[in-house]
Design a protein around this ligand. Structure first.
Ligand code: NAD
Length: 740
């Protein structure tokens, strides 16, 4: 069988997200709602979505909209019909009845429900229909969340379920976990429980919401939204409905019941319209004072809002053992929350799944945790855990671990897929070297470098690892979300604060040397990015021999935002790519002006398709929809390129002053329109100097070496400037640009 046409019924948050993602995979999809206008609006929302649900706008051409009265016949020849209407069983039953009357034989029918059990959804269906009916539980936003839970039971045709799993992995790029029909399946059962525990314990221990989010967040390998900000993001009213459903579906003895009851504050927030970000605010809110926006947090003791207090736990890297052993309220809170999550998750093996690893993966893919509960247990250490929790007799999973008296229990990762992911092969790699910012592994006959700083920001050590790893073919790939957010600006600012500009220069020179080395060394270098690939991260990619890129990337040379120019070869490499275009053969100023526009405006691409248009990626670079496939695809490339020959050096012919004057005119117009201010002008002029080739003309040839020098000189001039430093400090503090 094959899936060539899909009908999605219900064009709300989820239906539109699923339809958009089917468009990404170029699969024709018909999106139906009560009225065509509702589905039309959904189409508009898809096109305007931020972050974008589509890889590129053009993908929308696979979408047709309609209504369930006039266009229901589209179900007749659909291969897969997905129901994503409101969470009301009467409405859903009514729709299934109509679908099963019309659908073609053997088509797949699924529901996106997050809370209604499969047995309830299918209670009115015939045995034959039940064979083809399952739950496909996508997460929001569908393009970005890796998890898809397929819930099936004994009535299902297993071949069909396996087919659907494979289809969703290969075509939609999902991490598909097959689940049994238990409340909340895997992700929400543990994820929502964890949120409730984090919230309840924070209140019990008198932690402020900022304090709770600071602990139940990055230090635990959980996104920085923690619990309270996540509640606001999901919607406090929606969370309340989800909890009611858990209360109804779970047995009274289930540990979840202790934390599932709605807290009085939640009820009050919903009643007063504080339903989260979509409402007036929630646990956090934005207050506008004159022209300023102030982020406020709710004080749980007196229910009043105050300006948010930044909590700095001074933790750079995730270390759970250190965290739970802290002799302060944060350590106590962390232990209380983590231990409860571990106890609950392990108590549900094998009730909700035979495979504990599936729970971890569901939390990674569906909640963006960097470790699931069982990995948390492994990282704390069984010895420590059992020294703190003595009685585990009621918990079969933990009791068996305790009885075995072992120290480590975790085996393979990503068991739900056959693909050889980085997580999976880590058990078999040789660890060659590790420094503070990166690690080098050897696997078979190639090396892997994995960055491991916050957002994989790059410093001297990251470069050192890359340079040392080129004795074999090299793949640069990370398990964590981001490829690299760019050079570590905190690292650069530390030198500047000590007036040590020499060290900044030394670092940039080493950065350049490393990138040159990646480009010209005798072994191929492959970058396999996903997530952020910005600034220095993008420069590494630009100077790799091949790239296999995940479809969820944000790529760009954004240095001008912080008052700098790309100096790791980014200006040079992008200029080279654009100078190979047909337009450049007609006009020598075409490429420098194009790159001036791209880097000057700090343009970014939010998919490889867009990145190819800006030449951040070469047109022949691989695009991969399933993140798990990045490593296998990179390995395949290595195998296909055994007689690889290194890149040839590029030479430039640039018109110097001639093109620079054109660039200055552009800057002056922007300045006169007040789109840039004084420092914007300075930064623009430095960029113009580099991209015009400096003091040159079309009769002279410029080497890569000279281009690197131009980049370095401009970078150093700018980094010494107080106004660039102000920009860096501001961006580090607020995450936003400073226009000066
Ligand atoms: P929503 O309220 O955003 O959208 C529901 C849509 O269904 C609306 O456009 C509504 O007009 C339409 N609808 C209602 N009755 C209909 C009918 N008879 N025929 C056709 N369309 C009809 O809801 P949502 O958040 O997209 O949720 C949809 C489903 O997905 C629910 O089952 C929900 O539990 C599940 N879910 C939601 C999320 C989430 O984060 N929102 C995540 C996972 C699963």
């Amino acid at each position: 069988m094959n899936i060539k046409k899909v009908v999605v019924i219900g064009s709300g948050t989820m239906g539109s997200g699923i339809a958009a993602h089917l468009c990404n995979a170029d699969i024709p999809v018909i999106l139906l709602d009560l009225k065509t206008e509702i589905a039309e609006k959904a189409k508009e929302r898809i096109l305007k979505s931020r972050p974008p649900l589509l890889f590129e706008k053009d993908k929308i051409k696979s979408l047709t909209v309609g209504n369930i009265k006039e266009n229901f016949d589209s179900v007749c020849d659909a291969d897969w019909i997905i129901e994503a209407v409101v969470e009301r069983i009467d409405i859903k039953h009514d729709i299934y009845k109509k679908i099963f009357n019309k659908r073609k034989k053997d088509s797949i029918v699924s529901s996106n429900t997050s809370t209604i059990p499969l047995k309830v959804l299918s209670e009115k269906s015939t045995l034959k229909d039940k064979q083809d009916f399952c739950i496909t539980h996508f997460f929001n936003p569908v393009r970005y969340m890796g998890l898809l839970e397929i819930v099936r039971d004994k009535s299902n045709n297993p071949n069909k379920i396996n087919f659907l799993k494979k289809f969703c992995e290969e075509k939609l790029g999902k991490g598909v976990i097959i689940c049994g029909d238990t409340p909340g399946f895997l992700g929400n059962r543990i994820g929502v429980y964890a949120m409730q525990v984090a919230m309840t314990e924070a209140m019990k221990m008198n932690l402020s919401i900022e304090e709770a989010d600071a602990v139940f967040g990055r230090p635990m390998g959980i996104p920085k939204t923690g619990v309270f900000a996540l509640y606001d993001l999901i919607g406090i009213d929606l969370m309340s409905d989800v909890l009611k459903s858990f209360q109804k579906e779970l047995s009274n003895k289930d540990e979840f019941q202790k934390v599932a009851a709605g807290l009085p504050i939640i009820k009050k927030l919903i009643e007063t319209g504080y339903t989260g970000r979509k409402g007036k605010g929630g646990f956090y809110r934005i207050k506008k004072l004159e022209n300023k926006k102030i982020l406020e947090a709710l004080n749980l003791k007196n229910n009043e809002y105050f300006a948010v207090k930044k909590i700095d736990l001074e933790i750079d890297k995730i270390n759970l053992l250190e965290l739970i052993n802290r002799d302060d309220k944060y350590g106590k809170y962390a232990w209380s929350v983590i231990s409860k999550i571990i106890l609950y998750s392990s108590s549900l093996v094998p009730t909700i799944t035979d495979e504990y690893n599936d729970i971890d993966e569901a939390l990674r893919l569906g909640f963006n945790w960097s470790m699931g509960p069982f990995e948390m247990l492994e990282s704390i250490g069984l010895k420590t855990f059992f020294s703190k929790i003595k009685d585990v007799d009621d918990n079969k999973f933990l009791k068996s671990l305790k009885d075995k008296k072992i120290e480590s229990f975790y085996d393979e990762r990503q068991k739900y897929t056959d693909l050889q992911t980085l997580g999976k092969i880590k058990k078999a790699v040789i660890k060659l070297e590790k420094n503070d910012s990166a690690e080098i592994f050897r696997f078979k006959d190639f090396n892997i470098v994995e960055f491991n700083t916050k957002a994989n920001a790059l410093d001297y050590d990251s470069m050192d690892a890359l340079k040392k790893a080129t004795d074999k073919p090299l793949i640069i790939i990370n398990e964590s979300m981001q490829f690299s957010a760019g050079v570590n600006l905190n690292y650069v600012m530390k030198f500047i604060k000590n007036n040590d500009l020499k060290s900044v220069e030394k670092f940039i020179k080493y950065f350049q040397e490393t990138c040159k080395h990646l480009k010209y060394c005798k072994n191929p270098v492959i970058s396999a990015p996903s997530g952020l690939a910005l600034g220095g991260g993008e420069e590494v990619i630009l100077q790799s021999n091949y790239v296999v890129s995940h479809t969820n990337i944000v790529m760009g040379l954004v240095e001008t935002i912080v008052g700098l120019v790309p100096a790791g070869g980014g200006c040079k490499e992008l200029l080279w790519r654009w100078s190979q275009s047909d337009e450049s053969s007609l006009d020598p100023d075409y490429a420098p002006l194009k790159v001036f526009d791209i880097i000057g405006y700090a343009k970014t691409a939010s998919s490889p398709q867009q990145a190819k248009k800006l030449l951040f990626l070469d047109t022949n670079h691989n695009v991969i929809i399933n993140r798990n496939e990045l490593l296998p695809a990179a390995r395949k490339l290595l195998n296909n390129n055994v007689d690889f020959s290194p890149s040839k050096e590029c030479k430039f012919k640039l018109s110097g002053k001639n093109v620079r004057e054109k660039m200055h005119k552009i800057l002056e117009a922007l300045y006169n329109e007040k789109k840039i201010l004084d420092h914007g002008m300075d930064v623009g002029k430095e960029l113009a100097y580099v991209l015009s080739g400096g003091d040159t003309d079309l009769d002279k040839e410029i080497s890569e070496e000279q281009m690197y020098k131009l980049e370095l000189n401009s970078f150093m001039k700018l980094v010494e400037n107080k106004k660039t430093q102000d920009r860096i400090v501001h961006t580090l503090k607020t995450g936003k640009p400073l226009i000066n």
